[in-house]
Write a protein that binds this ligand. Structure first.
Ligand code: COA
Length: 260
């Protein structure tokens, strides 16, 4: 599959998707959003891919937001369509059924912060800056930012970022729970690679069900969420990987999971 604005690389079971528009700090124009949709769908259904990393090209930026030049002159209907398309694509990324990691190598603003929040984990370089600066353009986040940010950091901290539009340094992003971990910029690729390989060694079906239990559980009551968990716990008991994992423990060896 070919892309104009993405680089997609594979190393073992880890795929890396790099947004590649460094001249505009990897801003997401409509074509890039559509390419992200195609890439995410292809990687979702590829059983050989167990973990997907999203990052940005160049030293300076992960993704500096939606491409602002495409907003100028947009009608209300076009604005709504744009938001729905972006939300759809980030929903696909969140629902890939395998862990995703945002390797935040610089600015993660607007749609960049929203892309990072759609990932399972956010590992940020200590030089990264995150935020939802849309208010400074007279707009609001439209790719899920108002929803995922509030769920991640709570409504008051989310509104602090959304209403001021300020950029948050990586250390503060960690303190408020917006990122999972902060590492030295020079170590970002190595740290993300090690983490991705660790995740890739786990049982894929159990990973998928764990992701599903947490995500579906967050949208419902504790009682409903627990019922979802119990059903998925039952289903995972039918897998070869469950037998392999438990047998390997008893036999004091490392399990070899096959994804069946
Ligand atoms: N959309 C379109 N172009 C963008 C962009 C975006 N979201 N973010 C950056 N660019 C472009 C700039 O226009 C500039 O292009 P130019 O070289 O043709 O002038 C280039 O990327 C480099 O950006 P620049 O602003 O010169 O870099 P900087 O280091 O001075 O500032 C930022 C970096 C991230 C603070 C600044 O680019 C910025 O505020 N970007 C917009 C962030 C934003 O509001 N995102 C939410 C959009 S909804």
């Amino acid at each position: 599959m070919s892309y104009e604005n993405l680089l997609v690389a594979r190393e073992g079971a880890v795929a890396t998707v790099t947004v590649n528009r460094p001249n505009v700090l990897n801003a997401l124009n409509a074509q890039t959003v559509d390419e992200l949709r195609r890439a995410a769908l292809a990687l979702k259904v590829d059983p050989a891919v167990r973990v997907v990393v999203f990052t940005g090209a160049g030293e300076k930026s992960f993704v500096a937001g939606a491409d602002i030049t495409e907003f100028i002159g947009q009608t209300p209907g076009e604005g709504r369509d744009l938001a729905v398309r972006g939300q759809h694509v980030f929903g696909i990324i969140e629902g890939m059924g395998k862990p995703t990691i945002a390797a935040i190598n610089g600015f993660a603003l607007g749609g960049g912060c929203e892309l990072a929040m759609a990932c399972t984990f956010r590992i940020a370089a200590d030089t990264a800056r995150l935020g939802q600066p849309e208010i400074n353009l007279g707009i609001i986040p439209g790719y899920g930012g108002t929803q995922r940010l509030a769920r991640l950091v709570g409504p008051d901290r989310a509104l602090d970022l959304i209403l001021t539009g300020r950029h948050v340094p990586a250390a503060e992003a960690l303190a408020i729970g917006l990122v999972t971990r902060v590492v030295a910029a020079a170590d970002l690729v190595a740290e993300v690679t090690t983490f991705a390989q660790t995740l890739a060694s786990k049982a894929p079906i159990a990973m998928r069900y764990a992701l599903e239990a947490v995500h579906r559980g967050l949208d419902t009551t504790l009682v409903e969420g627990s019922a979802i968990e119990a059903t998925l716990f039952g289903l995972v008991s039918a897998t070869d990987d469950m037998r392999e994992g438990t047998r390997a423990f008893v036999e004091k060896r490392t399990p070899a999971f096959t994804g069946t």
